[in-house]
Design a binder for this molecule. Structure first.
Ligand code: BG6
Length: 480
């Protein structure tokens, strides 16, 4: 497999303007601005860059700077005051309503002024940090005001970053994609699923394809099942009104969970280039066995934590799931009959994301005696701990010293935190913005991946009547 061509260092990139639509919103202050500040202090932004915020609120220049400073979700103390100040100097603001065509003309002229000051046609990166209901409005206005066009002699590119959810079902996802397709070429569209940028998830590919001791076992002959868990201890945290019409299946099932499955199950790509990786991820998602009214029974469990309906923004009769467990199957010779369990919930006993790969029992293991405290299944388990306490574990069996033939399970562990150079895990948004700047789409979802994951998810959503909504207590470890 050939290695990726890492494009030029960011610092040497052409001047770039990063436009954030909805800069006063939660996502911008929680994720985007802190990530940009981190990239800035690491000198990973182009030497000439500007961040241009666009939103409805009225601010003068000073108020805007103060607003950003107060909302930035970072410990400002960890940065030098001088760096923060210089970073803020790169930011400016344009007030406007998202449906006001005139506001986009003003935005375009502000961008032209920046270009004139730099004496060069700059790259433009747009981020839609707004609810999906506003995507169409903003995208159409971007197109109408000429903001989607690259300028100069092709030296300045234009790219757009789009957040999940991509539509609320297959049809709306297709419409959004069509709209994007009329404005931008595929290589300009960066669809964010921030799980793809999680360090340990990226490591799964390296681990699978760089260790010859595992890849030969990576199939139905040796693997019994795969269990992917995304558990969160918190409940709604004030996001009830946003969450209730969506539910867990759409919120994390259609995207993060299926992306994790794709990375574990995909075939080796021809190269580590974005095109090949995305193609293999899409191919495996397209092979997911669709659920039917009959097959869904017993294969999908939905739950709602007790007290959910009392949270603000939730209707008293809500049937929205905050938990699900899906038994997914893949129609391929490699994975035939191997269940992939996708399990996710809010208000669970702990926050953790991990992937357990269970190997089939060794033949002799059935006959061996079981050591004290080792009554579980005698299976080797390979665990990728995505977060927190990032790492990889392998459970294996050893003979207990002595005259009897008794085995006991032990664990081989690799923890990122134990290795100084692995301890600094770059934040997912930092990585995504970085890759959008350099134009590497490997960690972004393609149209094919989005459509394939919706197709599978729709086969569940269309048959929800065949599933029961189970109530579970907050702090659950598992839902029956
Ligand atoms: C988001 C979901 O996409 O992912 C949230 O909308 C969820 O509901 C979050 O909490 C989990 O992401 P992370 O990075 O905190 O594990």
């Amino acid at each position: 497999m050939t290695q990726p061509d890492r494009p030029v260092a960011l610092f040497a990139l052409n001047p770039t303007i990063f436009v954030i639509f909805g800069i006063t919103g939660d996502l911008a202050s929680r994720k985007l601005i802190p990530a940009l500040l981190n990239l800035y202090t690491k000198k990973l932004l182009p030497s000439r860059f500007a961040i241009l915020g666009f939103s409805r609120r009225m601010f003068n220049r000073e108020e805007f700077r103060e607003f950003i400073r107060s909302r930035m979700n970072v410990r400002l103390g960890q940065f030098k005051e001088e760096d923060i100040k210089h970073f803020l100097d790169h930011m400016s603001y344009e007030q406007g309503m998202f449906d006001d065509a005139g506001a986009y003309i003003r935005l375009a002229s502000k961008m032209k002024n920046i270009d004139d000051r730099w004496g060069q046609c700059s790259n433009k990166l747009y981020h839609l940090s707004v609810p999906p209901t506003l995507y169409e409005k903003i995208l159409s206005n971007i197109a109408r005001s000429g903001l989607a066009q690259s300028c100069g002699d092709g030296s300045g590119w234009t790219r757009v970053l789009i957040e999940k959810p991509f539509g609320s079902d297959s049809d709306t996802a297709r419409c959004l994609d069509k709209l994007l397709g009329t404005l931008f070429k595929e290589e300009q569209i960066f669809r964010i699923d921030h799980y793809l940028a999680k360090e340990v998830l990226q490591n799964i590919m390296a681990f699978r394809f760089s260790n010859s001791m595992f890849e030969p076992l990576w199939n139905r002959h040796f693997i019994d099942k795969v269990h992917i868990k995304l558990f969160e201890k918190s409940g709604m945290d004030g996001r009830g009104a946003f969450y209730n019409p969506i539910g867990a299946l759409k919120d994390v099932g259609q995207n993060h969970m299926l992306m994790m499955l794709a990375i574990v199950a995909m075939e080796a790509p021809d190269s580590f280039k974005a095109k090949d990786i995305r193609c293999e991820r899409a191919k495996i998602l397209e092979k997911l066995k669709l659920m039917t009214g009959r097959s869904i029974r017993g294969r999908v469990v939905r739950g709602q934590y007790m007290g959910y309906m009392q949270e603000s923004g939730i209707s008293a009769q809500s049937q929205t799931e905050t938990y699900f467990r899906i038994q997914a199957l893949i129609n391929s010779s490699r994975w035939k009959d191997v269940p992939f369990y996708l399990e996710s919930g809010k208000a669970m006993s702990e926050s953790k994301v991990e992937i357990d790969v269970y190997f089939k029992k060794g033949e002799r293991n059935d006959r061996q005696e079981t050591g004290v405290g080792d009554a579980e299944n005698k299976q080797n388990i390979l665990t990728f701990r995505i977060q927190p306490e990032e790492g990889i574990r392998i459970r294996f069996f050893v003979k207990v010293p002595g005259y009897d033939y008794i085995t006991e399970s032990k664990t081989l562990k690799f923890k990122y935190a134990d290795v100084a150079s692995f301890d600094i895990i770059s934040n997912d948004y930092e990585r995504l913005i970085h890759d959008a700047f350099i134009g590497d789409q490997a960690l972004f979802a393609s149209t094919d991946e989005i459509m394939a994951s919706w197709k599978f998810m729709m086969s569940i959503l269309n048959n929800l009547r065949q599933t029961k909504l189970v109530l579970y207590e907050k702090g659950a470890e598992y839902v029956e």
